[in-house]
Design a protein around this ligand. Structure first.
Ligand SMILES: [Zn+2]
Length: 182
């Protein structure tokens, strides 16, 4: 059976048996998660995030890049256009993991430099070699992004693909004391 047939059959089963009607665009947990595209680390599974619970941005490494920040700014506009606001009272979670594929890109400095929007001499500070260090780097990158709302509780987690356990490396703390200019 080809993949699309497998997936559409699974969707039939979902629509028939598990589809929760009445979900809203605003995430029920008022939570945004930035995570990696790795198929082993889907927050729906490893964090039990149910449909409608959280907005999730996934990229290579679950990294805070200029594109990630631009998406967060865009998402805030979406919530504001719907009469709400994304920021105060919301959680912003950076989820990294062990054995991440980004560690294999050490020989691609030009690619990584473009990805992170920094010069190649600044790449070591991005710590692609160590998820615990990298998640702290990315929480700091969020803190130093003036375009983000200050009211988020921001945290950094590392998921261990060998055990299934998640460690809170950066405990939740207010992104900034004062609201940003969004
Ligand atoms: Zn990864």
């Amino acid at each position: 059976m080809d993949t699309i047939t497998v997936l559409t059959e699974r969707n039939d089963d979902f629509a028939e048996h598990r589809f929760p009607s009445g979900l809203t665009l605003m995430p029920a947990l008022k939570t945004l998660i930035i995570g990696c595209v790795d198929p082993r680390v889907d927050p729906a599974h490893v964090l039990g995030v149910a449909l409608g619970d959280a907005a999730i941005i996934r990229n290579v490494g679950g990294r805070v890049t200029p594109a990630t920040v631009a998406e967060l700014v865009m998402l805030r506009k979406v919530t504001q256009a719907g009469g709400g606001d994304m920021g105060t009272g919301w959680d912003l979670v950076v989820l990294h993991h062990t054995q991440c594929g980004i560690t294999r890109l050490g020989g691609e400095p030009a690619m990584l430099s473009a990805y992170f929007g920094v010069g190649e001499q600044e790449l070591p500070a991005k710590r692609i070699d160590d998820p615990r260090a990298a998640v702290a780097v990315d929480v700091e990158a969020l803190r130093s992004s003036p375009s983000l709302a200050g009211g988020f509780l921001v945290s950094g987690l590392v998921y261990d693909v060998a055990t299934g356990r998640t460690e809170v490396v950066v405990p939740p703390a207010l992104l900034r004391e004062t609201a940003g200019v969004g």
